[in-house]
Design a protein around this ligand. Structure first.
Ligand SMILES: [Zn+2]
Ligand SMILES: [Zn+2]
Length: 448
């Protein structure tokens, strides 16, 4: 969608006049660190006023010298997971008050939307591998720029008590980060650390050992379980294929970064950008043909994705020895074409005949979401499976219409609900010819 900004007229630019503007910011602007961003920017520009979330998005008032430049700066430097559809600016009377504050939300906190899950950001990755950080080697590190969203959310408004993080009381250090508008974790609802957050059932080293020994590991991730094995080990891949009864369907592979992915796929610029986008989808790309035949039998293309949860990064780092590039088969744990396994109980019940090691954690997955699958067609990204990382971001219909519910097909099912000009598509659900699929929890919360 084209971004539009109503630019405040420049007639007064450079004039040393105190002015006050009310800015209405619409788009994906809640739960993405927008308020602390506006707070920090206003302080940096020496402006007074406030920012708050309301039912229409974010409302900001700024006053001071250069208040007119604020809207442009908001547009230019917006937080990575936000998407500004429009900023409407209106000049209003000054009130002479000083200080800038984040105000309580109006009409229900962050009432309008839940964000999509986002891959671990660069800053969290640095902390993950920094021995001096309190998040060192912590498999659930996240912040407002990354981490689980939809998959942990039970209902709107998006707030910690409405997510599966409600079971974890924040420690003083996490609480301080959560309450500090200048911290990257200000109101990051899933914030957690080794002292207070979720834990894995097994060590990363235990997983790495199993992979090195050619075993199959079931690992609970963001939207469900993966089945993992060493993609270079032909007998491990063949065993996985046989146990999963997957015939000839290709397996996707997971790598640490695009440099590693480049060893196995010939990536274009567009494919690289898509791999590194916050959604971190599986991208179909030209295979270099240097993995065992059984990874993607008879195909010239390979499904590639980058590690997107901290635990993936830890596992791939643990497997890195002697400069060899680790590459994992990472396929959805959905035995017999049933929906993805997402609960610990389900994993033990449905995966014990497939995986040699089942690794769970105690943060519940509320909404299942498979890995999204995409390819570049004529230079632009196209969806083959729209799920984790994209759902429940609405599709803009371009104009208002009546509320409609569409229940989709029997095979490769997806449902859709519309609200005004927005269409909320559920994640890929798959075939409906089994009991598990009928128990599926869809991703459109009831209060949307
Ligand atoms: Zn982060
Ligand atoms: Zn903590």
């Amino acid at each position: 969608m084209a971004n539009r900004v109503t630019i405040i007229d420049d007639a007064h630019a450079g004039e040393r006049t105190i002015r006050r503007f009310r800015l209405r910011v619409r788009g994906v602007v809640q739960g993405v660190g927008f308020r602390p961003f506006a707070f920090a920017l206003a302080r940096q520009m020496g402006l007074s006023g406030f920012v708050l979330n309301d039912n229409a998005g974010v409302l900001i008032e700024v006053e001071g010298f250069g208040a007119d430049a604020f809207a442009r700066a908001v547009k230019a430097d917006a937080p990575p997971l936000s998407r500004i559809d429009i900023i409407e600016a209106q000049e209003i009377d000054t009130n002479g008050l000083t200080g800038f504050e984040i105000r309580e939300s109006v009409g229900g906190k962050s009432a309008t939307r839940i964000g999509a899950d986002a891959a671990t950001c660069r800053q969290c990755l640095e902390e993950l591998f920094d021995p001096a950080s309190r998040f060192f080697h912590y498999p659930f590190v996240n912040c407002t720029h990354c981490g689980p969203r939809l998959t942990i959310t039970k209902r709107l408004p998006y707030d910690r008590v409405q997510t599966s993080m409600a079971a974890f009381a924040m420690c003083p250090a996490c609480r301080a980060d959560y309450e500090n508008p200048l911290n990257r974790r200000f109101h990051a609802e899933p914030v957690a650390c080794p002292a207070c957050g979720p834990k894995l059932s097994h060590s990363v080293e235990a997983m790495a050992q199993a992979i090195r020994a050619g075993k199959i590991v079931a690992l609970k991730g963001i939207g469900g379980f993966h089945l993992l094995c060493d993609a270079k080990n032909a007998s491990a891949v063949a065993t996985l294929r046989q146990r999963k009864a997957r015939d000839e369907k290709p397996f996707a592979v997971m790598l640490r970064d695009v440099a590693a992915a480049g060893h196995f796929a010939d990536l274009t610029h567009a494919e690289t950008a898509l791999l590194e986008s916050p959604a971190h989808p599986i991208v179909l790309a030209a295979s270099r043909g240097n993995l065992p035949h059984s990874v993607a039998p008879g195909l010239t293309r390979l499904g590639v994705m980058l590690a997107y949860a901290p635990v993936h990064h830890l596992l791939l780092a643990a497997l890195e020895d002697g400069g060899k590039v680790p590459v994992l088969v990472a396929t959805s744990a959905n035995p017999g074409g049933e929906p993805l396994v997402a609960s610990n109980e389900d994993a033990h019940r449905r995966l014990s005949g497939i995986a040699d090691l089942i690794v769970t954690h105690d943060r519940d997955i509320v909404v299942r979401a498979d890995d999204s699958v995409m390819q570049i067609v004529s230079g632009a990204p196209a969806y083959l499976r729209r799920a984790r990382g994209y759902v429940p971001e609405p599709v803009d219909l371009g104009s208002d219409g009546p509320s409609v519910i569409a229940l989709g097909s029997d095979l490769k099912n997806t449902i859709c609900v519309t609200r005004g000009r927005e269409a909320f598509l559920s994640q890929h659900i798959g075939g409906l010819d089994n009991a598990e699929a009928r128990r599926w929890r869809i991703s459109v919360p009831s209060s949307m």
